[in-house]
Design a protein. Structure first.
Length: 269
């Protein structure tokens, strides 16, 4: 199993997809309990949701499950949300705070480092290479990090999450024009709710690569799974009708980002 798949395009937009993978090596799988083996915290079908949505967009997709190692966490294990519940670089609980390993089978520090080298590092090496490639071509690169989550997860946040959760680390990771273009379109999306820099302000990927002063712009989109799944629980089936309605708005967002590229490139000269 390759750690990452790359679907290369010539647009300035790179879609990061760190959490749709479901591969768990056998030596890890057999140590997961029934909760862990459910793989409930997958970003179900997000790669399908964005597939062929914007002509020329590159997609970098992790094939390993986040329970192996979370590609959107700081490799040093530093929490992005101090004082708030979250999951770790190599999670030992799910999004409900329930253990995912059999008792005593959690990964050691040495194993976490091995997983980082085998899975986390190759994903980010591929992502960085694609961002550098498109920046060389266009003068800027726009990382659009694709995520989804259950709309209700009391361990992580109160109440019901808005449908569109745009994160820019309070504007630090991208041009104000990018932030505005995305958020304005989520506000205008009929029948959906949205928030900017709410509970999810952008994960490690967005914060790490978002260096607008260097021509690297990054933004995270966390969608609630009720926007495109038939149910947010087993079997996590893709709902074609819901998804097509949502894809209309996602396509508009990506198109707007492409349109901004010449202006951004000129500003960054």
């Amino acid at each position: 199993m390759l750690p990452v798949d790359i679907f290369r395009g010539e647009s300035p937009i790179v879609l990061g997809v760190p959490h749709t993978g479901t591969h768990v090596p056998a030596e890890i799988w057999e140590r997961l309990n029934a909760t862990g083996q459910k793989l409930a915290d997958t970003d179900w079908h997000v790669d399908r949701l964005y597939s062929d949505l914007h002509p020329g967009a590159t997609m970098v997709r992790a094939n390993f499950h986040r329970y192996v190692i979370d590609a959107n966490r700081d490799p040093e294990g530093v929490s992005l949300y101090p004082g708030q519940n979250t999951t770790t670089l190599c999670p030992t609980t799910d999004f409900d705070g329930s253990p995912i390993y059999l008792e005593g089978q959690e990964p050691t520090a040495a194993e976490i480092e091995s997983r980082r080298l085998s899975w986390h590092a190759p994903y980010h090496a591929a992502l960085l290479a694609e961002l550098e490639r498109v920046r060389a071509k266009h003068g800027v690169a726009i990382l659009y990090d694709c995520h989804s989550i259950r709309s209700v997860a009391p361990f992580l946040f109160e109440g019901t999450l808005p449908d569109f959760n745009t994160g820019t680390n309070n504007g630090a990771t991208c041009s104000p024009a990018i932030e505005a273009a995305v958020y304005e379109r989520t506000e205008a999306a009929e029948g959906y709710t949205c928030v900017l820099n709410g509970r999810f302000k952008g994960g490690w990927t967005t914060r790490h690569y978002g260096r607008p002063e260097e021509g690297f712009h990054a933004i995270q989109m966390e969608l609630t799974q009720k926007t495109h799944l038939a149910t947010e629980d087993t079997p996590f089936a893709y709902d074609e009708e819901k998804a097509e309605r949502l894809r209309h708005y996602l396509k508009d967002i990506l198109g707007a980002l492409e349109t901004l590229t010449p202006t951004l490139a000129e500003q960054d000269k």
